[in-house]
Design a protein around this ligand. Structure first.
Ligand code: B4P
Length: 185
């Protein structure tokens, strides 16, 4: 299963809940990058340059990281990917990984919310956590990238008939309820 949505739509927030509820491993590319930045690994040093500017980390770096993560043996019967793929090149790469393992995607959930609500939420998070990519100019750049590149990813999964849109506006529990209903359906 995939979670796709613009920055601040609640991907990370909801992936954690759904992962617990369904007992599936949630993998967030953003979290893996942030853990590497914190640990000052070579990957973290490389990724930080892009993340602080609100840019995508290059596909070559991100794809290799996801391939490595998906080859670990803790995935059980399935997994939930949060924040990947964000580009068409990443879709192609994920297709390749899944084909090799004779696996397939069951469901792609797209969380939706309008840009002004997202900017408001992320500025709120900036006050609480001080994340280096949560300032207004960088947030707006991340939203532009979502519209320019990730909406094409959404369209691709819609064509394949596995996309469900879920309204991300409302209380966290309310949105979680909508996601569970979409998964059950
Ligand atoms: P991410 O970590 O994925 O950051 P994000 O898009 O901001 O989403 P996140 O999951 O953190 O936030 P959420 O919507 O849950 O990526 C960070 C960076 O890593 C990217 O900019 C990029 O540089 C790099 N990266 C990651 N994946 C990549 C890829 N595949 N390719 C290339 N580069 C990649 O929540 C946001 C806030 O909203 C929170 O404060 C939360 O409390 C609040 N919120 C959530 N739900 C709410 C609700 N219902 N109501 C009110 N507030 C809510």
């Amino acid at each position: 299963m995939l979670f796709i949505g613009p920055p601040g739509s609640g991907k990370g927030t909801q992936a954690e809940r759904i992962s617990e509820r369904l007992d599936v491993v949630a993998i967030s590319t953003g979290d893996i990058f942030r853990a590497n930045v914190k640990g000052e690994t070579a990957l973290g040093v490389e990724a930080k340059k892009y993340m602080d500017a609100g840019d995508f980390v290059p596909d070559s770096v991100t794809n290799k990281m996801v391939r490595d993560r998906l080859s670990e043996d803790d995935l059980g019967t399935g997994f939930l990917l949060d924040g990947y793929p964000r580009t068409i090149a990443q879709v192609d790469h994920l297709d390749e990984i899944l084909a090799t393992g004779e696996e397939k995607l069951d469901l792609v959930l797209q969380l939706t919310a309008d840009d002004e609500e997202l900017v408001h939420r992320l500025l709120g998070r900036a006050k609480e956590t001080g994340r280096s990519d949560d300032n207004e100019a960088v947030i707006r750049h991340r939203l532009d990238l979502y519209h320019e590149q990730t909406e094409a990813v959404v369209a691709k999964y819609a064509e394949r008939g596995i996309l469900t849109q879920v309204d991300g506006i409302g209380a966290v529990d309310e949105v979680a309820g909508r996601l569970i209903a979409a998964i059950e359906a």
